[in-house]
Design a protein around this ligand. Structure first.
Ligand SMILES: *Cc1c(COP(=O)(O)O)cnc(C)c1O
Length: 373
């Protein structure tokens, strides 16, 4: 069986976890600080807070933006549930936007029509770690006075021009879930790029208290000063994460090798069957998070995934578009987002992870040829 994704372990995880068990297991200890320091040194992220998930980081962003009932937030339909749900939890109305025709990412030139006097924020998702055109997004947001949240769940170590993803909008949200490039079981990161939010971010993180300021000795007691929740990552998990971060370059190199092996060996022949390769814009340096193909029809895609499954290869689609979800349609009129629907019907992801062997990849490629032929 060749699985879609497999977490790569560096070997240091259990050692660091044992160290955390001896020192401190609750959050905001030595390993949390080491991780925060790593993100500052490696990517220049000025203010970071580890969270239990990317979902939690998105929820923090929604609280910090003071999203309330009546506010509208523009969100891509082709994404994971949490991108929208975090804002719905605050009472926002989500307004779904379509993908580009050539890429699952949000279409920055088709956003104007979604603007109303109530629009407060836009969320972008860098699908597969491939950057959205952030100059266009920031320009749009500035013209309409909107906040920008980057759902960079899949985008660690990926770039827009020379800027790391997650550092461009007001907030960046990352995931270290088991299915992502860098893992710690369940974990996430909120990156705060606008200094106005720094003090309140720490308070929301610490359950609505000024405990962070107290720990730094800035106040002599701490108490309830705002809303918040339990948004810290345990030190046990932060220790796991730090072992991964230390090896990020080698994990990423392995992953990129696997991605490019598909690229080099598929590009010449898939077009003969009407299948398209991923489009990578010149401004994007991606992180090899996903290798996908776009089939010419849903029938071709479904036949292909079925055939690969019979050969013991996990190849999956992505996502049921949120504008067609049961939850959304319960309370909203249907909208038409043809590109999001198309990717949902025609996209297939191939197994890709650090440590995937070329022998396995050759098998995937051979079975793919058979299935398409
Ligand atoms: C994985 C993912 C999430 C959720 O991440 P968790 O850490 O599991 O909460 C959110 N958005 C996108 C685009 C994702 O891929």
């Amino acid at each position: 069986m060749i699985v879609l994704n497999k977490a790569y372990l560096t070997g240091k995880e259990s050692e660091y976890i044992r160290e955390a068990l001896e020192k401190q297991t609750s959050g905001n200890g030595v390993f949390t600080k080491k991780c925060h320091r790593f993100f500052l040194d490696k990517y220049g992220f000025k203010k970071t807070l580890l969270t239990p998930s990317c979902t939690a980081a998105l929820e923090m962003a929604a609280i910090l933006l003071d999203i309330r009932p009546g506010d509208e937030v523009i969100v891509p339909s082709f994404t994971f549930v949490s991108t929208a749900n975090a804002f719905v939890l605050r009472g926002a109305t989500v307004v779904f936007a379509d993908s580009l025709s050539v890429h699952p990412n949000i279409d920055p030139d088709a956003l104007e029509k979604h603007i109303t006097p109530r629009t407060k924020a836009i969320v972008v998702v860098h699908y597969g770690g491939v950057a959205v055109d952030m100059d266009k997004i920031m320009d749009f947001a500035n013209r309409h006075n909107l906040f920008v949240v980057e759902d960079a769940a899949q985008a660690i170590d990926a770039f827009y021009k020379d800027r790391p993803l997650g550092s461009i909008g007001h907030f960046g949200c990352f995931s270290f879930h088991d299915t992502k490039n860098i893992v710690c079981g369940e974990g996430g990161l909120l990156v705060i790029n606008d200094a106005r939010f720094f003090p309140r971010a720490e308070i929301v993180w610490e359950k609505g208290t000024n405990r962070s300021a107290f720990i730094r000795g800035e106040v002599d007691k701490y108490g309830w000063v705002d809303i918040g929740s339990s948004f810290l990552l345990s030190e046990v998990t932060a220790a796991f994460l730090y072992a991964q971060l230390e090896e990020i370059d080698s994990i990423q190199n392995k992953r990129r090798e696997a991605w490019h092996y598909y690229w080099d060996n598929l590009k010449a022949f898939v077009s003969e069957y009407g299948v398209s390769m991923p489009e990578i814009p010149a401004f994007a340096t991606h992180n090899a998070h996903i290798f996908y193909l776009i089939c010419e029809s849903s029938e071709q895609r479904d036949a292909l995934t079925k055939s690969l499954k019979q050969s013991g290869i996990q190849a999956y689609f992505h996502y049921p578009p949120l504008h067609l979800s049961k939850f959304y349609l319960q309370s909203h009129r249907p909208v038409s987002l043809p590109n999001a629907a198309k990717f949902s019907e025609q996209l297939v992801r191939l197994p890709v992870y650090a440590g995937l062997t070329t022998t396995d990849q050759d098998f995937v490629i051979a079975e793919l040829k058979k299935a398409l032929g």
